[in-house]
Design a binder for this molecule. Structure first.
Ligand SMILES: NC(=O)c1ccc[n+]([C@@H]2O[C@H](COP(=O)([O-])OP(=O)(O)OC[C@H]3O[C@@H](n4cnc5c(N)ncnc54)[C@H](OP(=O)(O)O)[C@@H]3O)[C@@H](O)[C@H]2O)c1
Length: 229
């Protein structure tokens, strides 16, 4: 049995990751910004799951929020703030700062807060996203932070060795809450696989990145080959 922390585990892909590991018999801690929601989701997915509150955009609160955790084997950093949409023509500094803080300060602060409790063979997976290479209107800051996560990964590998760190870049995940009610036929048409990645595909890839002891420093696109279409 492993101990798994899923930051951003109350919704979408993070929730499916938490469900996967709880079903496998692991001890799962999932986070969202509200304690009540995190607890309700933990209760819903069942198994040995606990929910705690943590806001990555308020990074000084991260260490206290994680104080109750024991040794952690696997860390998944999946959180994103979906309300942040920025374009250069009407750039919103406050929104942009919130998302930059969430991923590029909040993600490493989680690792910093846990550093003495990471198992010697621990593994970390952080979420970027293909918006860094395939932007869409409003993805200005999303694209920027998704690329920034790669630099963070490279640094953490050197700083935390032998702990492994990998990044996953989903393309548009067709059945995720943000996209599932939208017309994605144009994206499907240019995707060589003829289908978009589904949340189960992302969960499978995250499990692989966490499990395989030789995979380190991989920035893995899981997108059905959209960049080639
Ligand atoms: N869905 C896609 O197609 C897609 C494509 C490319 C990349 N990605 C990446 O995949 C990851 C998961 O995406 P998703 O679409 O599954 O996300 P989602 O359904 O919007 O879920 C986001 C999660 O992040 C948490 N969260 C939001 N703001 C937070 C904050 N300030 N501090 C801490 N937690 C916060 C949310 O919890 P509460 O609301 O309960 O606080 C929720 O658990 C993200 O990193 C995203 O960039 C997704």
């Amino acid at each position: 049995m492993s101990s798994v922390l899923v930051v951003g585990g109350t919704s979408g892909i993070g929730r499916e990751i938490a469900r996967h590991f709880a079903a496998a018999g692991d001890r799962v801690t999932l986070t969202g910004r509200q304690a009540s929601r995190a607890a309700a989701v933990a209760n819903d997915i069942g198994g040995d799951a606990t929910g705690i509150a943590l806001d990555l955009a308020v990074p000084h609160g991260i260490a206290p929020a994680l104080a109750g955790l024991d040794v952690v084997d696997n860390v998944v950093l999946a959180a994103i703030d979906r309300e942040v949409s920025t374009r250069v023509h009407d750039f919103d500094i406050d929104l942009a700062q919130r998302l930059v803080t969430l991923k590029l300060v909040g993600y490493p602060e989680v690792v910093h807060a846990l550093r003495s409790r990471l198992a010697p063979d621990a593994a970390i997976v952080m979420f970027g996203g293909l918006a860094m290479l395939r932007p869409y209107p409003g993805s200005n800051t999303v694209s920027t932070v998704n690329g920034g996560v790669i630099g963070l990964m490279n640094t953490l590998i050197v700083e935390l060795a032998p702990i492994r760190v990998n990044v996953i870049h989903p393309g548009i995940v067709g059945d995720s809450p943000y996209w599932r009610d939208r017309d994605l036929s144009g994206v499907v048409a240019r995707t060589p696989c003829g289908r978009l990645a589904q949340m189960a595909d992302i969960v499978d890839a995250v499990a692989f990145l966490l499990r395989n002891p030789a995979v380190n420093g991989v920035s893995l696109n899981v997108d059905g080959g959209t960049l080639l279409g």
